[in-house]
Ligand binder design. Structure first.
Ligand SMILES: *Cc1c(COP(=O)(O)O)cnc(C)c1O
Length: 288
């Protein structure tokens, strides 16, 4: 038990923090949105300093108009059909627009967490590595939504946790195993950035596969806001996958998977769990 996570320990360790935070009125706040980062409780206006909307686009009028127009023209909020069978033109339009923006192939998801739940089991099973299940090395500081999938991945392949940004540890793994996949954040919620140039060297030398979570990187950096990973790498390849949120810097809603055209899109769609279930970004979100 608890080889890959320890929720009981997390709850025991976090309880006091959250009750003190709530007592200090630093959580559980219900506030109106005034736009431009301002919010209001009663007569009190304040600047939201814990927003993920790094560019303030969450209240951008053009984005809101896009949402309303799409809702009107598609005449539905959710197309409750598996997209593998039928999808709205709006979904394809949004994905093509993202594809054009970042010059890579794109599939959208309801959230970054759902992209992680869709992609990590496929990666562990070897679907992205020529049917050879890779040793799955998770960075110790990889986001919760990635770590949560360790036990699932461990049923398909072997899972290890690497000390944060320890590329010597990772290279040792590469020397010992035929295929290795490294799971990391591009920009970490806790702990700086991935060393992308060094990781590219390991990719060239050993065929290392890297899955980056760019929830914080997207829109914050690079041409068209392509993020830290794409702006450092220039382009993707068949050994790199990016998952990201469209809910943070990007200012819309949902998540996305960015991949090279050498990776089979039908494989991702048909077997990526939540990608083919009833939910995708709703029409308002796609319009946004
Ligand atoms: C916020 C965040 C997520 C979760 O994104 P959602 O779209 O809310 O699922 C995942 N990874 C990182 C690094 C994040 O900061």
């Amino acid at each position: 038990m608890n080889r890959y996570s320890n929720i009981k320990k997390m709850v025991a360790g976090g309880d006091l923090f959250w009750s003190r935070t709530q007592d200090a009125r630093m959580s559980g706040i219900v506030a109106d949105n005034l736009g431009d980062g301002f919010m209001q409780v009663g007569d009190e206006k304040f600047i939201n300093m814990c927003s993920y909307s790094y560019l303030g686009l969450d209240s951008n009028i053009e984005i809101l108009k896009g949402a309303i127009t799409a809702l009107d023209s598609s005449r539905t909020l959710n197309s409750s059909t598996s997209r593998v069978r039928i999808c709205l033109p709006l979904l394809e339009e949004a994905e093509l627009a993202l594809s054009d923006l970042f010059s890579v192939d794109v599939l959208t998801t309801v959230s970054c967490a759902s992209a992680a739940a869709a992609m990590l089991p496929l990666l562990a099973a070897g679907v992205l590595t020529q049917n050879a299940p890779p040793l799955m090395v998770f960075d110790q500081s990889a986001h919760f939504c990635l770590s949560l999938m360790k036990a699932v991945c461990a049923d398909e392949s072997e899972v290890m946790t690497a000390p944060h940004n320890d590329l010597n540890f990772l290279e040792d793994c590469c020397k010992q195993r035929q295929r290795v996949a490294y799971i990391a954040d591009g920009v970490y919620s806790t702990g700086g950035c991935a060393n992308i140039p060094e990781l590219m060297t390991l990719q060239d030398k050993y065929g290392l596969f890297v899955l980056y979570d760019e929830a914080h990187g997207l829109s914050a950096q690079g041409v068209n806001g392509c993020g830290l990973v794409l702006s450092t790498m220039g382009t993707l390849n068949n050994n790199t996958l990016i998952i990201t949120s469209l809910n943070k810097g990007f200012g819309a809603s949902g998540g996305a998977i960015l991949f090279d055209s050498s990776i089979s899109k039908p494989d991702l769609l048909r077997f990526g769990g939540p990608l083919s279930w009833s939910q995708r970004i709703n029409t308002a979100g796609l319009g946004a």
